[in-house]
Design a protein around this ligand. Structure first.
Ligand code: ADP
Ligand code: ZN
Length: 814
């Protein structure tokens, strides 16, 4: 007897075992897809995890439905990596599988209904059942949708069930391949017309069909220009031919057609050489290469504009020349249009981008190309999920902007950190890791100090540009002395004016979107709340509506307060939209642009704003933290931060570290050319140590102070954290369950349990939320902690009353 263990794309704790026959056993390899029955009448696509000969003890294994691949789609080393992710982040392999594989590769099943030919007794049927029975006399199969149409009603499952019980019908699960290869149709002249002396004969034949004659002539013209392959559609289109003429030629077998499978995305050839490095860059490259002889991980700590990308390019080139693969991780792919076009100029066709905004089919093609180690998929640029791709010759992983939060996936599971998972992947594949950033995360810098990672510094900007001068503006003083216009201090306004007069551009940074996030009634003090979430609605002036940023709820902006009925609703606070309006009034002759989540939702919206800013069609660009990410504009002389305090006061143990990173990054957008740029930060706390450290670009002091605080308050990198989130629609049930869980965890972990507590937003999409945090002291085993937690979780879920409560575990929830 032969068996396979299969990973199903479900949150199951265990793998399921299926039976296979000898022939299948000889054919099946780990990593192939198989379609298997699971549950009642359901078929799933799973991945073969293991083949063996041990029959499962507690159940009788079913047979597989079919094998879906000729070759493994997933490599053994991917499975090993997934296993690590599942263990470390405490989720199932199925959940990792779901995150890892483009869903087009996971076939779906559809229920087909066929007649049971042994059934004869029509009298047993109700009128509705008879309609279906009758339909099956004329059609071989029906599906649920069709049955619904025949009966013109939505709920048809009870009728299907009754038909099944009466043995009138049988059901069949049919699988559909969702990935559709792109087939391009080409034409060529049929063999027996190829000889040159037959051309005249051919044209004579077509004398009475001028359109066909023209098509043939065009064909020879195109051929004469040395075009080898002639795609049908574009041949007709570019030559403005009649499609019917070409079709007739195909019918007469003068032309013949054939198809070739093509990739949906293709790139041009490289156009530029990799730039020659300047002296500090050369030095840094040399240090990285030397470090890689001893260590597997290096951090390039280079200030903004120092030219880290150019150093990566040299390392990439080296790996490419050996035919190896490189993974280039970026925090957010939507923000990398500049980077990708730069890499494309250097490396041309060897780049593949793995992009969540690409279609499923496009993603499948990237997957297949990497799996086959095709030359067009050697340099892979992607956001966090690119760590799941089927690399087999991985040589180098670059983690650009290593400190960025978007490397962490918060929902759904697997709640992994792509930087950390990349390090494990690299180790497994004997590849090197290079992280680059101007503002390393505290964890990474701590690892440098512990000599786990090598540190390479790059302290000069490229060219003659120097870091901008940073100036703090005291808002309380400015308000007191009435030196404010709207949200702008006099100082900031005069600098904006100066830049605009010099025909230079300005970036203004406000860490909030919308016009005035919160609407409050001046009479009763109440703010309109989202009906589904415990959060105040945000006012969006442009559409004159209130919106929930958590669940997407929208409502018309009310004229009167919904609580006290007075017409005294007021807008408080301010966001990017408000700034844009104020600026339009202050500078009516200038072009003001805005970039935030609301203006960049379309596929190319982001790209459009960036290019028009780059083309200097926009003078002042207002935006949220999106603006801080890796963009490179040559004509920006001034960056303004409207209010640094919201960031600094954010209730999170990383708020200070994050503020430092964000402010240094936004400042980095100023003054990239000859002239020194200027940064103005408005704040009510100009003495705040973080703002002082930003001003002096003093990473070291920031690091030391923050590290001390983390030690004192028992936070990472010293104490590790695991967060447990419980969710349920019934508040009382949730409280009981959360208290039970808190008690049980305290039995093991004593004072190292925080909570249960409600998060800042205590209810989202009608589910109440309770959080618990486990702190893991430095000397405590993380592995044992997780084992204990699993025990408690299993116990929790075995209690009937708690079974319906959602239980999420987030390891390293920061
Ligand atoms: P960082 O990523 O470190 O902030 P970039 O790699 O974006 O810096 O480089 C900043 C600017 O300097 C870019 O416009 C880049 O093209 C230019 N640059 C950097 N190094 C070189 C070089 N060696 N040759 C030519 N241009 C360079
Ligand atoms: Zn909501």
């Amino acid at each position: 007897m032969y068996f396979i263990d299969v990973i199903l794309p479900l949150a199951l704790q265990k793998l399921f075992t299926y039976q296979i026959n000898i022939a299948e056993a000889e054919f099946i390899q780990v990593g192939m897809r198989v379609a298997v029955p699971f549950g009642k009448n359901k078929i799933y696509t799973g991945i073969v995890y293991k083949t063996h000969q041990n029959s499962p003890k507690s159940y009788i294994s079913k047979e597989i439905h079919q094998i879906l691949d000729n070759q493994a789609l997933v490599t053994q080393s991917q499975i090993t990596h997934w296993q690590w992710i599942a263990d470390y982040y405490m989720c199932s392999l199925g959940e990792v599988l779901r995150a890892a594989i483009p869903s087009a590769l996971l076939l779906q099943s559809e229920t087909k209904i066929i007649k049971n030919s042994t059934f004869k007794d029509e009298k047993l049927l109700t009128d509705q059942e008879f309609l279906i029975y009758e339909a099956l006399q004329y059609q071989d199969t029906l599906n649920v949708e069709k049955i619904s149409a025949i009966l013109s009603r939505k709920t048809v499952l009870p009728i299907i069930k009754s038909l099944l019980d009466k043995e009138v019908i049988l059901v069949q699960e049919v699988l559909y391949e969702k990935y559709t290869p792109k087939l391009v149709k080409y034409i060529r002249l049929a063999k027996n017309w190829e000889a040159e002396e037959r051309l005249q004969e051919l044209l004579d034949n077509l004398n009475r069909a001028p359109k066909q004659r023209e098509a043939v002539l065009r064909y020879f013209q195109v051929k004469g220009m040395n075009q080898k392959l002639i795609p049908l559609t574009s041949f007709v289109k570019t030559n403005k031919l009649a499609y019917s003429a070409v079709k007739s030629l195909l019918e007469k077998e003068i032309f013949e057609s054939y198809t070739i499978q093509e990739d949906r995305i293709s790139r041009g050839e490289s156009t530029d050489n990799i730039p020659i490095l300047n002296k500090p860059q050369k030095q840094a490259l040399l240090e990285i290469e030397t470090a890689f002889k001893e260590k597997d991980i290096a951090v390039l700590h280079g200030i903004t504009g120092s030219g880290k990308t150019e150093i990566y390019a040299h390392l990439i080139n080296e790996s490419l020349s050996q035919g190896k693969q490189i993974l280039y991780l970026v925090p957010e792919i939507a923000l990398t249009t500049q980077l990708i076009s730069r890499l494309e100029r250097y490396f041309g066709e060897q780049i593949s981008v793995f992009h969540s905004r690409y279609s499923m089919n496009e993603r499948v093609e990237v997957w297949q190309n990497i799996l086959q180690n095709k030359s067009k998929a050697r340099l892979i640029v992607g956001a966090r999920s690119a760590i799941f791709l089927p690399f087999n010759k991985l040589d180098l992983i670059i983690v650009d902007e290593e400190h960025e939060t978007s490397y962490k996936q918060f929902d759904p599971a697997p709640r992994y950190h792509a930087r950390d998972a990349a390090i494990v992947l690299a180790k497994q594949m004997k590849a090197k890791v290079l992280m680059g950033t101007a503002t390393p995360s505290l964890e990474t810098y701590q690892n440098i100090r512990d000599k786990k990672y090598a540190l390479i510094k790059l302290d000069q900007r490229f060219g003659n540009s120097v870091l901008p001068e940073i100036e703090l503006v005291n808002l309380s003083e400015a308000y007191r002395k009435k030196r404010m216009t709207g949200h702008f201090s006099e100082r900031l306004l005069s600098l904006i004016r100066e830049s605009l007069q010099n025909k230079e551009q300005v970036i203004l940074f406000q860490n909030r979107r919308g016009f005035a996030p919160i609407v409050t009634c001046i009479s009763c003090g109440i703010s309109p709340q989202c009906p589904n979430c415990d959060v105040s609605l945000t006012y969006h002036k442009f559409q004159d509506e209130l919106r929930c940023h958590y669940c997407g709820f929208t409502a018309q902006m009310p004229k009167i307060c919904p609580a006290c009925q007075n017409p005294t609703l007021d807008t408080k606070g301010f966001g990017t939209e408000q700034l844009e309006l104020e600026l339009k009034e202050l500078f009516p002759d200038q072009k003001i642009g805005r970039m935030d989540y609301d203006t960049t939702r379309g596929k190319y919206a982001f790209h459009r704003i960036i290019s028009s800013f780059q083309a200097q069609e926009i003078d002042v660009l207002v935006g949220t933290q999106m603006l801080s990410k890796g963009l490179d504009f040559t004509n920006v002389s001034l960056v303004g931060v409207l209010n640094a305090d919201t960031m600094l006061n954010f209730p999170d143990f990383r708020a200070h570290e994050r503020s430092f990173q964000m402010l240094v990054q936004v400042s980095g957008r100023a003054g990239r050319a000859e002239k020194r740029g200027k940064v103005v930060i408005q704040t009510f706390n100009p003495d705040h140590q973080i703002l002082q450290q930003v001003t002096l670009n003093d990473y070291k002091t920031m690091f030391k102070e923050q590290l001390l605080e983390r030690w004192n308050f028992k936070y990472p990198p010293y104490y590790r954290l695991i967060k447990i989130t419980l969710k349920h629609k019934d508040y009382n049930k949730l409280i009981l369950a959360a208290d039970w869980l808190g008690q049980s965890l305290r039995n093991y972990f004593n004072e190292w349990i925080l909570g249960p507590s409600s998060p800042a937003i205590g209810r989202v999409r009608n589910l109440y939320i309770k959080d618990l945090i486990i702190k893991i002291p430095p000397e405590q085993s993380i592995k044992l902690t997780k084992e204990k937690l699993l025990q408690v979780k299993n116990h929790f879920q075995s209690i009937g009353a708690y079974r319906s409560i959602r239980f999420n575990v987030d390891v390293d929830n920061y």
